[in-house]
Design a protein around this ligand. Structure first.
Ligand code: ZN
Length: 140
C-alpha cells in the first residue's frame, strides 16, 4: 500500500472528520443545523444559507447511479493500470450526489439507476477512499 502514487485527498480542517471516519469505513455527510440541508463534499459553510453551524451524520451508504463514464484511455499515466474503470455520479439516499468510482463489477455491467452501496478501499495507512459497488455483488 505504501507505493500508492496517485494524488491523495487534500485534507482541510473542515474535512478531517470525514477522512477520519472513512478510515473506519464510515461515510459521513455534513448536515446544516440551521436549514437542515445535507452537504457534500465537506465545506466550511452551508451552501444554502451560509451558516457555519454544521454537524455530521452517517450516511446509509446506499445510492443509485445517476450517470457514469467508462474510462478506457485518456487518463494520466498513473491511472493507466486501473483501466478500464468506471467513474460515476451516484445519488445517496440522503439526497447527495457524489462523484466516485464503481468497483466490484465489470464496466459493462454498470447501469443507470443501478443500486449501489459504499465500500472502502484502503489506499494508504492514513486514507481510505469511498467507492461504490453493486448491492447484488455482496451476495456472491
Ligand atoms: Zn444551511
Amino acid at each position: 500500500m505504501s507505493d500508492y502514487k496517485k494524488p491523495l485527498p487534500a485534507v482541510q480542517p473542515w474535512s478531517e472528520e470525514f477522512w477520519r471516519a472513512a478510515k473506519q469505513h464510515k461515510l459521513l455527510i455534513q448536515e446544516c443545523k440551521e436549514c437542515k440541508s445535507t452537504i457534500f463534499y465537506p465545506r466550511k459553510f452551508c451552501p444554502e444559507c451560509w451558516s457555519s453551524d454544521l454537524g455530521w451524520t452517517e450516511a446509509s451508504g446506499r445510492a443509485k447511479i445517476y450517470s457514469y463514464t467508462v474510462m478506457m484511455d485518456q487518463v494520466e499515466p498513473k491511472f493507466m493500470k486501473d483501466l478500464p474503470y468506471v467513474l460515476a455520479f451516484v445519488d445517496l439516499e440522503e439526497g447527495i450526489r457524489m462523484m466516485t468510482r464503481i468497483v466490484g463489477c465489470k464496466p459493462e455491467e454498470v447501469n443507470f439507476d443501478m443500486d449501489v452501496e459504499v465500500t472502502f478501499e484502503d489506499i494508504t495507512e492514513e486514507f481510505s477512499l469511498p467507492f461504490f459497488r453493486p448491492i447484488e455483488a455482496k451476495k456472491n
